[in-house]
Ligand binder design. Sequence first.
Ligand SMILES: *Cc1c(COP(=O)(O)O)cnc(C)c1O
Length: 361
Amino acid sequence: MNRIFNFNAGPAVLPLEVLEEVQNELINYKNSGMSILEMSHRSSLYETINVEAENDIKELLGLDDEYCVLFMGGGASTQFSMVPLNFLSKEATAGYIITSTFSEKAVQEAEKIGKTQILFSSKEHRFNRVPRPEEIVIDQDLAYVHLTGNNTIEGTEFFAYPQTGKVPLIADLSSDILSKPIEAKRFSLIYAGAQKNIGPGGVTVIIARKSFLAGRSTSLPTMLNYEVHMDNNSLYNTPPVFGVYIIAKVVKWLKNQGGLIQILNKNKEKAQIIYNVIDDLPEFYQGYADVSSRSLMNITFGLPNENLEKKFVEEAEHQGMVGLQGHRSVGGLRASIYNAMTLDGCSALASFMKDFYLNNR
Ligand SMILES: *Cc1c(COP(=O)(O)O)cnc(C)c1O
């Protein structure tokens, strides 16, 4: 079997064990005589998947029944609009922490609904860091505060979140969801496109305090009203069933590894192997992110010139490592090493980087 090391930013690598399980049960799911792709979302077999995925995510995050987990279509990008539609009015102001092009997209949607206040922006420094919690001052009249937990394109990540007092904290954790323990109860709502850390494209996970979702305006379009999805356990309409099925499996795989502390330790070890090469050869490998904000999920770096970067990507591909081209908006190189990327994959990249240096310095 020719599996390669996949460093793509999203859709991204999934655990091989999960893919094998899916393959095994694809044609005939649990003796139903049909695949999960062909099954009613109202069937008891699907219901079980839906409930187990929700409960396992809550268990990993240490959440109780004050919280619900919803599965929706539309990607994280739809959440950029849903959040202000549900929680911001024309007269009110929402606070946004701008640490990436994704945060900018989020605030642009809020500006269409109500007023916004930029609480922090690292744009002038090409989004090379996230703020320290004490840099953020929060006016207690804000409707909510929004932040981007891991900045997929730039390679920076929050490891401590600002205290927001009584103002609800909302986060886009698309690229670091379930990659480390977080104080989940500090968030009123978390959303994440599944395709980075926990599943395939086409399904978005929303984790929210039930009391926060209750009491939405009935004038909202039905499909854009969180309360409708909560009241129907994500089954108001046909959910992205196959995506939820994969998430359910990935979440079990995460639980089998012992939980989020174990996952974090593994992710730290993986990232360190690659950051060590960057730090040992600073004339050659130029880290993009400020060291204090370095992401454990997306490692961004450049080489002395673009020709070398092109050569790096090509030669890595020949050695079975793909997806290392940086995002078009920042250039350079990027290794995305989400939960499912193995230690072997990171070691292979690190040794390739050392060889590439020796051959091209
Ligand atoms: C990928 C990504 C998005 C966009 O997700 P879609 O599912 O493609 O809409 C938003 N925010 C972050 C942090 C991301 O990494």
